[in-house]
Write a protein that binds this ligand. Structure first.
Ligand code: FES
Length: 131
């Protein structure tokens, strides 16, 4: 199911309810089974998002390393709150659970790319490289 959901997401940009129903039909599973998978994995998007989805880990290890300051810095820099997309449609900022980079936090993920040991200076350089 995961590869199918990724193909749908890559094609449509996210997983709208109608597409998840079609996946359930094609795979002969209950629609709730698709919904359970789609809502479990943070890399699957249920809502439209910007070109770059920035997922900031705020779980325990990253929080101890300053994840909240990283998140605040991004909110100011991008002019959005968590869950919002920038006015130019480029950046969607989200708060997520562990990204499996606990020893090198604070960590975030931009689409498929991981960034670790973040500082405000590293964030500024990262955002500039994406503009
Ligand atoms: S706690 Fe942040 S990556 Fe695990």
């Amino acid at each position: 199911m995961l590869p199918v959901l990724h193909v749908v997401q890559d094609t449509l940009g996210h997983l709208p309810p109608a597409a998840m129903l079609q996946v359930a039909e094609k795979l002969s599973v209950a629609p709730t089974a698709v919904a359970e998978v789609a809502t479990f994995y943070s890399m699957l998007r249920l809502q439209p998002c910007g070109r770059y989805q920035i997922d900031v880990c705020t779980n325990v290890s990253c929080s101890l390393c300053g994840a909240e300051q990283i998140l605040e810095h991004l909110e100011k820099k991008l002019g959005v709150s968590v869950g919002e997309t920038s006015a130019d449609g480029k950046f969607t900022l989200r708060e997520v659970e562990c990204l499996a980079s606990c020893g090198t936090g604070p960590a975030l993920q931009v689409n498929e790319d991981f960034h670790e040991r973040l500082t405000p200076q590293k964030l500024d350089a990262l955002i500039e490289s994406l503009k």
